[in-house]
Design a binder for this molecule. Structure first.
Ligand SMILES: Cc1cc2nc3c(=O)[nH]c(=O)nc-3n(C[C@H](O)[C@H](O)[C@H](O)COP(=O)(O)O)c2cc1C
Length: 348
């Protein structure tokens, strides 16, 4: 079969006389194959973002088994816990999976040793300088992806030799860029600036959004919030229920003087905001945050005093589904939306 490169996908090359409808039905039948599926050796260019307290081995293996790339979020794990999660993930899937290594947290050296020992094939680094660990990981044959939120850092990551980047827009849950660039503006800008594959993140939870991101220049998508409220996520059921009940405007980017993070509004969030009104300094907020807030909120289910990281897209969903069902729905919707692009709605 001959493949011809066309934006983010490789479409089957067909004779010119075949009309557009025929082309649609041919291309719907083809296997998705692009830079991201080839790089990770997966079926669909869908990545489940690494997420502290939410993405352990159950979620990562479920996503990988469903054809996406599952990621274990090591940020909330002690080294022996990460070891256990990798071991269980390898038992639960024979498909590729990754570990997310946020450079914010301690234990990073031990985590790297564990990743190398287990021959984890892919690492997503985030929240730090991509130069620090890329060469070392790649020496061990590991594919390295770095998460960025601006074109300046996209170029730095490409210069550091990473294999792909996650470009994460302002809508995203969790830690976020200070520039507040939305996914809609970030992806095309980064596509102009770097040649390596781009995985779009932030506000993506549906097949329509996936198609939009790929039309803007992404080669795949990373979804976080959509997988928080999923059966295999290790988030506390209180948090999952809060996520699916959320409405527009329930999240806000805050703590910009520490590490900017998008949170669900609650009593803890109100205390942070009040501290800005009272012009308290950053040390006060660092103390307020303490060490256990994220665990308290997302893992232990304290919806009042805990830190609840979630993205704007959460308000779109109202059901807790298995990961495989989410991927199936996203792909189905992606194909439907792609077919619609050739309909009269898009003809002027
Ligand atoms: C609860 C939660 C925890 C997260 N933790 C991490 C993390 O530990 N490391 C990281 O690189 N990104 C983290 N993220 C970001 C996700 O990996 C992903 O990029 C982001 O959620 C995508 O945007 P979305 O929330 O709009 O889907 C987190 C996101 C959420 C919602």
């Amino acid at each position: 079969m001959i493949f011809k490169k066309c934006d983010s996908f490789y479409f089957t090359f067909l004779p010119l006389e075949i009309n557009r409808n025929t082309l649609n039905s041919y291309s719907n039948q083809r296997e998705m194959q692009n830079k991201i599926t080839s790089l990770f050796k997966i079926k669909y260019p869908i990545v489940q973002g690494g997420m502290i307290w939410c993405s352990g081995w159950e979620l990562a293996s479920a996503v990988s088994n469903a054809g996406g790339l599952g990621i274990i979020g090591s940020g909330s794990m002690y080294p022996h816990i990460l070891d256990e999660h990798i071991t269980k993930c390898k038992q639960a899937t024979d498909k590729p999976f990754a570990v997310n290594l946020p450079m914010l947290y301690p234990s990073i050296e031990e985590h790297i040793e564990t990743i190398i020992k287990h021959r984890v094939p892919i690492v997503f680094t985030s929240a730090g300088n991509p130069k620090t660990y890329t060469a070392r990981l790649k020496e061990h044959g590991i594919t390295v992806v770095h998460v960025i939120a601006s074109s300046k850092f996209a170029k730095k990551a490409a210069d550091a030799g990473v294999d792909a980047i996650v470009a994460e827009g302002f809508e995203a849950g969790g830690h976020n860029g200070r520039e507040e660039t939305t996914t809609l503006c970030l992806i095309p800008k980064i596509a102009q600036e770097v040649q390596i594959p781009i995985i779009a993140a932030g506000g993506i939870g549906t097949g329509k959004a996936m198609l939009a991101a790929m039309n803007l220049g992404a080669d795949g998508v990373q979804m976080g919030s959509r997988f928080v409220a999923c059966e295999e996520s290790s988030a506390h059921i209180n948090f999952k229920n809060r996520v699916i009940q959320s409405v527009e405007g329930d999240t806000k980017l805050t703590l910009k003087d520490l590490t900017p993070v998008r949170l669900m509004k609650n009593e803890f969030y109100n205390k942070i905001e009040q501290s800005y009104v009272e012009q308290k300094d950053a040390n006060y907020r660092a103390e307020l945050l303490g060490r256990g807030r994220a665990k308290k909120g997302m893992f232990e289910g304290d919806l009042v005093e805990g830190e609840l990281e979630i993205g704007q897209v959460a308000s779109l969903f109202d059901t807790i589904l298995p990961a495989a069902e989410i991927i199936k729905q996203v792909i189905q919707e992606f194909e439907e939306a792609k077919a619609l692009q050739n309909s009269e709605r898009f003809t002027f």
